[in-house]
Write a protein that binds this ligand. Structure first.
Ligand SMILES: [Zn+2]
Length: 250
């Protein structure tokens, strides 16, 4: 069966891709899909391609940049010219990185594609550290999303016809195996799976190398440091994260 993994090129989804190949859906036909939503760090798409190439899986990128201008009025620093905040995700300022309804939009398109190609599951690399700041990364969101997609596509692709009784919980189609994991857990697993960490991209600023100061850089530095392995990533600043961590209340 086909398994469709949504890969951003970051550490989490790259680890997920390796996990689906090596553990969760061994010997299946794994495909990867990425989204260009006008993110200023769209360099991550090159890294998504590197990951797919490394594991030898088919990769496609969906261009949804035409909707960016509809999302930018909300002011998200990820798709506009406003500054990307520096510091830890525990800080209020990080809300500037929320893109309204981002996961719903991407999941909806990925689900349509997954049903069209007969995929058994779609996979997302969200984790517990995302819950605080991003409501569309929380377990209840994904539970509801799964129910919506399964019911909305019942009897199509690999999704079976579901019982009309709404009390019967439907098939698991949307898979989020890291949803209760910490970023540190994922970083450790990345090393276990042999993920090429130097070929993953986290930084929201979209420079030539990781800045080391934005929320996702801070989180990445902390997580890789926790593994005890050497971080192969090049950062503009690789000490700021320790101060940011001390300031955070989360
Ligand atoms: Zn950064």
């Amino acid at each position: 069966m086909t398994e469709l993994v949504v890969v951003s090129g970051g550490l989490d989804s790259s680890t997920l891709l390796a996990g689906v190949i090596q553990e969760y859906a061994k010997d299946q036909d794994v495909k990867a899909i990425s989204f260009n939503y006008g993110q200023r760090h769209r360099t991550e798409l090159d890294y998504a391609m590197l990951q797919a190439d490394w594991w030898g899986v088919e990769w496609e990128v969906v261009d949804i940049t035409s909707i960016t201008s509809f999302l930018a009025p909300g002011g998200s620093a990820l798709v506009s010219d406003s500054d990307v905040p520096e510091g830890h995700y525990g800080e209020e300022s990080m809300k500037a990185t929320v893109v309204p309804n981002r996961n719903m939009i991407m999941a909806s398109i990925a689900a349509g594609h997954a049903v069209a190609i007969g995929a058994k599951h779609i996979w997302f690399g969200v984790h517990a550290g995302d819950h605080f700041i991003y409501p569309d990364c929380r377990p209840l969101f994904f539970k509801a999303l799964n129910a919506t997609i399964v019911r909305g596509n019942a009897g199509f692709g690999a999704i079976p016809e579901v019982n009309a009784d709404a009390s019967v919980w439907p098939t698991e189609f949307v898979m989020t195996p890291f949803i209760h994991w910490s970023k540190n857990d994922i970083a450790k697993r990345a090393f276990d799976y042999g993920v090429r960490i130097e070929d993953t991209w986290s930084c929201y600023k979209g420079g030539d190398i990781h800045c080391g100061k934005c929320g996702t850089c801070v989180e990445r530095l902390e997580a890789i440091d926790s593994t005890g392995f050497k971080d192969p990533t090049e950062y503009e600043d690789n000490t700021f994260w320790r101060e940011a961590l001390e300031r955070s209340t989360v």
